[in-house]
Design a protein around this ligand. Structure first.
Ligand SMILES: [Ca+2]
Ligand SMILES: [Ca+2]
Ligand SMILES: [Ca+2]
Ligand SMILES: [Ca+2]
Length: 131
């Protein structure tokens, strides 16, 4: 019985992370970590997260924003170009994913619908409406 318990106690831990994994304090518990407070461990220490992207770890209302690639430069991005989280604006990125054609600056939510061409210029999901 004791041998069995001891045997279990000596089982290797369930290591799911490389031991050089760094864990960042998440004081405000918003899921974003403090880049200035890191420890290294194989198992996630309580109250810590694997990212270091919190902009203010004392305020759970302040965290990184999601930025979307805007390839055609019309001020609207999309999901396809990928997105990233950051505290400051990312070059070539915008804070929305409202572009329905990120290869055409003439197509965006602020563009005007062009009648009769079978395309949806203003990204409202309707082709040639109001024509
Ligand atoms: Ca945090
Ligand atoms: Ca925060
Ligand atoms: Ca765009
Ligand atoms: Ca566009």
């Amino acid at each position: 019985m004791w041998a069995l318990l001891l045997g279990l106690a000596c089982e290797p831990q369930d290591i799911r992370y490389p031991c050089e994994q760094r864990w960042f304090a998440d004081e405000d518990q918003d899921g974003w970590g403090d880049p200035d407070d890191a420890v290294t461990a194989c198992i996630r220490p309580e109250g810590r997260v694997a990212n270091d992207q919190d902009c203010d770890d004392a305020d759970d209302q302040i965290g990184p924003e999601r930025w979307f690639r805007d390839d055609d430069g019309d001020g609207f991005g999309d999901d396809e170009g990928g997105s990233r989280y950051a505290c400051a604006p990312e070059p070539g990125h915008v804070d929305n994913n409202a572009d329905c054609d990120d290869e055409d600056p003439e197509v965006s939510p602020t563009a005007e619908e062009i009648c009769g061409d079978g395309a949806d210029q203003d990204c409202d999901g309707v082709v040639d409406e109001g024509c």
